[in-house]
Ligand binder design. Structure first.
Ligand SMILES: *Cc1c(COP(=O)(O)O)cnc(C)c1O
Length: 406
């Protein structure tokens, strides 16, 4: 009995020591609690108004009344849930319609839904590639891509982040393999870096490789009509597989998808484990997502407002002398370099009514700590100005030069 008690004590104690260690190093991630709907302005747990600068709510749709109503209509018609995986009795007309409209929106042949983009990536590679094949992956790809590749027997080649010379070297190294696929985030969410899809597609042609992109931070607003990074780089029709999420710009509930040619999608329906062994997407989400796609097809108004807000914020914060990662994406990293400073900075901004998040190792490389701003179509200029003023005040109070670390 005592040995068992000791074993338990050691296990729980060990966890507690690790957690204490994270706190001491300033690497512990607290959770902010919101008591309102998601939006450009939210209420904190104690009822304070906060300008929200850290949601993936790029088009401002998450808390919108018309979205809630679209979800309610789908719930009224199709019920609350399916209590089934898709292939047993979890497929309704609303799921088939959403798959069709997503494929159409992205300019692809077919589409399969998942409970999350994490699952779409996690279940993508193993059914399609084996030890005869090669996966060539950007070093900073999302965790779900890395996990998905781990579950697959294909040979793995990693190229330096966004480095086209290294990508070419890896393609050459993989030249003996049967099928090759280049895998990249369309947009990298920590820096707002946009993958060079034009160059990637040219290399893919030269070395006869397929191309897969993860469009979680792009679908709905990148490119002239919001189709994504492939539209932004004018390579629609040259991408073989697109994965994405319903949990960010497209309304923010949850759910993911993969779009590709019919043969790929049918194979995934037969063999992709997160699809086969996990529940069907809630009808409310499927119905509301259809409403979003129809709106985005009719008008680029939200996408246009997002890009106008982003240009404004990027221009103004640079004018104030802050060090940001250059670019055009609504992810705007404001560099602080030090993990504890990033935490302290976010805390002070919170007290000043601005909700944003500090990022530090292991989410970003050591010494690259930052607070990350995410702009939304839902922000007013007045809200963006409030955030800018709070940046100035926080830096002054913490005694920072405007370009910390510079
Ligand atoms: C958010 C994100 C995911 C996961 O999306 P979920 O639908 O929330 O599981 C996958 N890939 C990238 C690049 C992401 O940013």
């Amino acid at each position: 009995m005592n040995a068992v008690n000791d074993m338990r004590h050691n296990f729980f104690n060990g966890l507690q020591q690790n957690l204490d260690g994270l706190r001491e190093q300033g690497l512990f991630k607290p959770e902010r609690v919101i008591s309102s709907r998601q939006g450009s302005e939210v209420l904190s747990e104690d009822g304070r108004k906060l300008v929200n600068m850290c949601a993936n709510n790029y088009l401002g749709l998450s808390g919108e009344e018309w979205m809630v109503q679209a979800a309610r209509r789908a719930t009224d018609q199709f019920g609350y849930g399916l209590s089934s995986v898709r292939f047993i009795c979890g497929t309704q007309t609303v799921h088939k319609q959403l798959e069709k409209e997503l494929a159409q929106f992205l300019g692809m042949e077919d589409c399969i839904l998942y409970a999350a983009a994490f699952d779409a990536n996690g279940g993508l590679f193993e059914p399609l590639f084996d030890e005869q094949d090669a996966i060539i992956s950007d070093a900073l790809n999302h965790a779900s891509i890395i996990d998905g590749i781990r579950l697959c027997k294909a040979a793995r080649y990693r190229y330096e982040h966004n480095n086209m010379a290294d990508l070419e070297a890896q393609l050459q190294a993989a030249s003996g393999k049967r099928h090759k696929i280049i895998v990249t985030d369309g947009v990298f969410s920590m820096d707002g870096t946009v993958a060079q899809l034009d160059k990637i597609c040219n290399l893919a042609d030269k070395y006869q490789a397929l191309v897969m992109i993860d469009e979680c931070h792009a679908t709905g607003f990148m490119g002239r009509s919001g189709r994504g990074t492939h539209e932004h780089h004018d390579v629609m029709g040259r991408i073989d597989i697109i994965t994405g999420t319903l949990g960010k710009a497209l309304g923010g509930a949850m759910g993911g998808f993969t779009c590709a040619k019919k043969e790929v999608i049918e194979t995934l329906r037969q063999k992709s484990r997160p699809y086969l062994f996990s529940n069907s997407l809630a009808p409310s989400i499927a119905g509301a997502s259809i409403a979003v796609l129809q709106k985005l097809t009719q008008t680029t108004e939200l996408r246009d407002r997002l890009h106008a807000n982003t240009s404004y914020f990027r221009r103004e914060i640079a004018k104030l002398g802050f060090s940001i990662k250059p670019g055009m994406h609504p992810v705007v990293p404001v560099m602080l370099y030090d993990a504890q400073l990033a935490q302290k900075y976010a805390q002070r901004m919170y007290e000043l009514g601005i909700l944003l998040s500090g990022f530090f190792y292991p989410v970003v490389p050591m010494g690259q700590a930052r607070v990350r701003v995410q702009i939304s179509a839902g922000h007013s200029i007045e809200q963006l100005d409030r955030a800018l003023n709070a940046f100035v005040q926080t830096s002054r109070e913490l005694g920072l030069p405007k370009k910390p670390g510079a």
